[in-house]
Ligand binder design. Structure first.
Ligand code: GLU
Length: 477
């Protein structure tokens, strides 16, 4: 059997959301699990859509996710170049083969004339088919004019690895442009030539191309090329489940997620399970498990929904399960700047305390700032607490003073803090949700924190007592 070769063939339009990268991931997994090759090909034949810097952006995104490719624009391979704009001569040569066979011809109509044909078809409620207007005598290739494929309409029965057996009618087949007037090929033509020359065995692409497959099949026949196997990945829909995911649905670029502190493994697991599972209830997969278990023909045919909460859940789960060494390495760029004044061993202790609550690494700053910086008293924290707001200022001050007294006697070891503060609860006949929340607010200036005793222990006696005093004086003013 031929070595399996799959490819990711993005157009450099500057933005890669989870939907586009999911296709890349499926193709990568398929290559990986078969000891095959995964190829990156840049499809830059539509200059009007191109965004500068996109190619670097694509390469950076794939590398950051660990979706390494064997051949690509920056890695030499036997079937390069891997950027379509560097392959124009190749497309021209293949287009000429079609012209010579009488299967391609120069466009004779102006855009206006074509529009008139479309309008006429619309009025008579007929589907517009270009081939109905095909000139009787076909012109050969003319520089500066578009070149069209002369189709031979027929029904097709073909297999898609995800959608299964598909039957398409003659009407799905029409003449279409293969070389534009600027000499650049269309996607419809270029990808067929490239997949063939690059020995691609499986095409995995998104569903927007499904309707065009009959046209492609017709072209494969004219070129006498055996089509690769095809797998069409159903669309990823926006959170409302109605239309295709786009920037407007808050779909972020994949690098943006990584910059916010989403783990690459979380993104990979999330993307793989957009429309795929292994038949069990398992929701989170490691990359190795995916390589073992992923199967393209188990991808669901119905569109998948983009649910960012699920990504957040997977990310939080993976963060909680990291060992502290790994977490410390991954956290490097997420600390508040004040953390620089503290030793790594202290940062590590902070990390151990907040790990449980971290959903993405970008939260480290907000969750840990009070460990590194003296914060101004925020009186709203007491007002916003629906239990504490029932107390008078005086009562609150009394509770803080009582806490101060008890804490003065503590050695600030966790056990001792626990013992002393629990005693105080009894003495004041108060609930933890009241007394402990108050101490927490005073010492962290935040409504929530890791366990109170552990937090006080790490802050240390001086800072904790000073902060309580500061809170009392703010309340007295
Ligand atoms: N260049 C196409 C796109 O970015 C790729 C389609 C394919 O994978 O064949 O949508």
């Amino acid at each position: 059997m031929n070595k399996i070769r799959t490819r990711f063939a993005p157009s450099p339009t500057g933005f890669l959301h989870v939907g586009s990268l999911r296709t890349a991931l499926f193709a990568w997994l398929m290559a990986k699990q078969n000891n095959g090759d995964f190829i990156l090909r840049i499809e830059d034949t539509d200059k009007s859509r191109e965004v500068e810097g996109s190619i670097e952006h694509i390469i950076k995104s794939l590398k950051a996710l660990g979706l390494n490719y064997n051949e690509g624009p920056d890695i030499k391979g036997p079937y390069g170049p891997y950027r379509q704009s560097d392959r124009l001569d190749i497309y021209k040569e293949w287009a000429m083969k079609l012209v010579d066979k009488g299967r391609a011809y120069s466009e004779i109509y102006s855009e206006e004339e074509l529009q008139n044909f479309r309008n006429e078809a619309k009025q008579s409620k007929e589907p517009f088919l270009y081939r109905n207007f095909r000139p009787k005598k076909l012109n050969g290739y003319k520089e500066g004019q578009a070149l069209r494929f002369k189709s031979e309409p027929k029904e097709y029965l073909y297999n898609d690895l995800i959608y299964g057996d598909l039957k398409t009618p003659k009407e799905a087949i029409d003449d279409f442009i293969i070389l534009k007037s600027d000499g650049y090929p269309t996607y419809n033509f270029a990808h067929i030539i490239d997949d063939y020359l690059m020995k691609i065995t499986h095409i995995i692409r998104s569903s927007e191309f499904l309707a065009s497959v009959p046209k492609f099949l017709n072209l494969y026949e004219a070129l006498e090329i055996d089509p690769p196997k095809m797998a069409t990945a159903p669309a990823v829909l926006g959170p409302d489940g109605k239309k295709k995911l786009s920037k407007r649905d808050n779909a972020k670029d994949i690098l943006e997620y990584l910059n916010e502190g989403y783990l690459k493994d979380a993104l990979i697991s999330f993307m793989a399970t957009l429309g795929w599972n292994d038949g069990t209830r398992q929701e989170i997969f490691s990359v190795d498990q995916l390589i073992q278990k992923f199967s393209i023909n188990k991808v669901q045919r119905s569109p998948a929904n983009f649910d960012e909460k699920r990504l957040l859940y997977i990310n939080g789960y993976l963060i909680r399960n990291l060992d502290l060494d790994e977490l410390q390495v991954l956290s490097k760029s997420f600390w508040p700047k004040e953390a620089q004044n503290y030793q790594e061993s202290y940062q590590r202790k902070v990390l151990a305390l907040i790990q449980e609550r971290l959903k993405y690494l970008g939260e480290i700053e907000a969750l840990s700032l009070f460990f590194f910086k003296e914060l101004d008293v925020n009186k709203n924290l007491i007002k916003d607490n629906n239990k504490l707001r029932e107390f008078t200022n005086e009562q609150i001050i009394k509770m803080l003073e009582a806490s101060l007294e008890v804490l003065l006697e503590s050695d600030f070891e966790v056990d001792d803090l626990q013992l002393k503060l629990n005693d105080l609860l009894q003495k004041l006949n108060q609930k933890p949700a009241i007394l402990f929340s108050l101490i927490r607010i005073a010492t962290t200036q935040s409504p929530s924190s890791p366990g109170l005793f552990e937090t006080l222990n790490l802050l240390g006696k001086d800072r904790s007592l000073n902060r309580i005093k500061q809170q009392i004086s703010a309340l007295n003013n």
